[in-house]
Structure formats: C-alpha cells, structure tokens
Ligand binder design. Sequence first.
Ligand SMILES: [Mn+2]
Length: 249
Amino acid sequence: MSETLILADLHLREDALHVTQYFLDLEPRLLKADAVYVLGDFVEAWVGDDAPIPATIQPAFDVLWRISEAGIPLFFQHGNRDFLVGTTLARRLGLRLLPEVYVTELYGHRVALLHGDTLCTDDVPYQAMRRKLRHPITRFVLRHLPLKTRLNLAARLRERSKQATGQKTDLIMDVNAQAVRDAMQLQHVNVLIHGHTHRPAIHSEGNGIRAVLGDWEDGAVLLSIKPAGLSLERIQNKETLHLTAVAWP
Ligand SMILES: [Mn+2]
C-alpha cells in the first residue's frame, strides 16, 4: 500500500513522556511508508546540535534514525521551536532538511509544505520577532554563544511567548486568509499542508485544499497521503480516530 506520512508539532519535551510514547507506537507504520515528512516543532526547544538530548526524548530520535536507516526518505522542516536544528543532527539522523516552503509532487499531485507560522501575518509582534531571530546575523551569533547562554535564552523566549500567547485572540494566532491565497498562488499549488496552529482540519481554499496538522497532546496526529487522497487521523492508545478525509482536488 502506498502511503506518505506527514506530521508536525509533537513538541517533544522532557516532561511529556506520553508524546514520545505516541511516536514510538507509530514506528511500525512509519517504517512501511513511502516517505515521512516532519513539518517542524518536532521538539519543544532546540538550542543547537551540541545540546544534550533528554533521555525521555532520545527514543523518538532513535525512531527517526531507524526510518532513514531503512531507506525511507525522511524530510525535516524547521518550526519556530527547532529552527536551530542543523546539519550535524541532520547527518546523524539521516534527515533531509527542507527549505521554509517546499514544493513537491506526491502521487502525481503538486503540493506545498511549510511549518505554517509565516502564514499567521495578523500576529504582527510575532512576525517581527521571527524576522529578528531568523536573520542570518542573529543565527551566526546564536551559533557561537556558549551552550549555557543559549539554554537560558531559549527558556526566556519560551516564557515570553507563553505570556504573549495568553494575551492574543484565537483569530490573531490563526493563519491569515490572504496569506494562504498568496502562498498557494505563488507556489502554483492547489494543495497546501502545514502545522503550527494546532488546529487539525482539512479546509477548502477556492478550488484547492489546505490540510492542517495538529499537536500531539492527546495522541498522534497524522496526515496520510495516498494515491486516492488525503486523510487526517488521531491515534491514541492504538485506537485510530479518522478526523476527516478528502479526495485530491
Ligand atoms: Mn510552531
């Protein structure tokens, strides 16, 4: 059976062993996939490839390694939490690092993949901070800071983001409709797939569709892509809930 699996926003962290477990439970299916795409925020925080990986998260990285070791193409896109994942980790795990927007063909259909934060243009303070953090000079400086300084900085940024998020409306933190239309037009696609907003759904967009992945707090969320179409699933304790399914537009 042909199937490509897409996931995002696991936000793996030290104190969330259940999320690591959801990913481990998924391994047999991942190992049968044609390809696996991780669309960012695989981990809650990544301050550089030299940082130690918590023991509760390591098993999830081992799964990634076994996927690539099995010869399954394993693609990884940066999220806002793990944009410092670098070539050292990628080489170690066999990840193919993708650009911010990646257009590919799946079973004869052109699709664009992205983390999704760039579509949330109504959140002006976030976009301003993002531009600063992602600037090549900032990244250069970050890479050369001592590990301890980077860990402190990341903790402070997370705290700030938590406070800011609490003050923002749901609407501001969702994607902007015009930004979605612009992205689809620019990439000449009628299928757009992203995560980040933690609002799993498949929306129709004009004569196309936009598939949104979900976070993993209450189970694995997977977008399964097959020659016949796309389906979104939540899997918890080995029980699969089919959220929604559509044919190719
Ligand atoms: Mn995100």
